[in-house]
Design a protein around this ligand. Structure first.
Ligand SMILES: Nc1ncnc2c1ncn2[C@@H]1O[C@H](COP(=O)(O)OP(=O)(O)OP(=O)(O)O)[C@@H](O)[C@H]1O
Length: 228
């Protein structure tokens, strides 16, 4: 059986009176690319944030690499996010004051890698993701697709165990989003990174090995019943 990397067990979370997750169960295997689909407001992002140790469930458990993480303190959870997880969000969220190259190097710098070494490790990502020549640009000087590729490189540069991607192509046109997804999937597979991808686009979810649907705060396997 495939080793489980991240797992939610009966996770419940409300924002004040609004229930977001009502007993969500989910497990993701090593190297697997999993898409979380579902209608707007169904709890997809909340589930991703719980799996990534950003949000703490009201009840239930979250496990990473066989270890329970929902009961860790904020310092330990933020260390985990920094050392073992990578993130890509809908709007790249690059640091505008930094160059593209510095943005890619950021997770390494935060992990204590020296600047010269971090930039050296960031550089190959530019050729790999078709970004040659854009190393010195700031985010305001990049197209949406270019910025999202820089964000992808930043999410993967530290070779995270898990990449969490929340609507990574949500702001892109169809062709650009296919390019970004091709690069995301190829790069993740190359380095054996597990991917948890939230999307509402079936075309994007089709890149995944497996899809689950979140409906009313619970995750369901993709079956005809879940879609109806
Ligand atoms: N910070 C918050 N404060 C209050 N309510 C929230 C907050 N974040 C999410 N919610 C609510 O929790 C529920 C689940 O939200 P969530 O963002 O997880 O859904 P989603 O499936 O990712 O939606 P979308 O596809 O629209 O991004 C929704 O009812 C939402 O309004």
């Amino acid at each position: 059986m495939t080793e489980i990397v991240v797992e939610a067990r009966d996770v419940v979370l409300s924002f004040g009176p609004t229930p977001a997750l009502r007993g969500a169960d989910l497990s993701v295997g090593a190297g697997e690319i999993l898409a979380i689909m579902g209608p707007s407001g169904s709890g997809k992002s909340t589930l991703l944030h719980c799996l990534a140790g950003i949000l703490v469930p009201d009840s239930g458990e979250v496990h990473f690499d066989g270890r329970r993480i929902d009961n860790l303190g904020e310092t330990e959870r933020s260390g985990l996010r920094r050392d073992r997880f990578g993130f890509v969000f809908q709007f790249g969220q690059l640091v505008p004051e930094l160059t593209a190259e510095e943005n890619v190097a950021l997770p390494l710098l935060l992990n204590g890698v020296r600047r010269a070494k971090a930039l050296e490790q960031a550089r190959p990502w530019f050729a790999r993701l078709g970004l040659d020549g854009l190393e010195g640009r700031r985010s305001g000087e990049l197209s949406g697709g270019q910025a999202q590729r820089v964000a992808l490189a930043r999410g993967l540069v530290a070779r995270p165990r898990v990449l969490f991607a929340d609507e990574p192509t949500g702001a892109l046109d169809t062709l650009t989003s296919e390019q970004v997804m091709d690069l995301l999937v190829d790069s993740a597979r190359e380095q054996g990174t597990t991917v948890v991808l939230v999307t509402h686009e079936p075309r994007v979810a089709a890149y995944a090995d497996r899809e689950v649907i979140v409906r009313d705060g619970k995750a369901h396997a993709l079956t005809a019943e879940a879609i109806s």
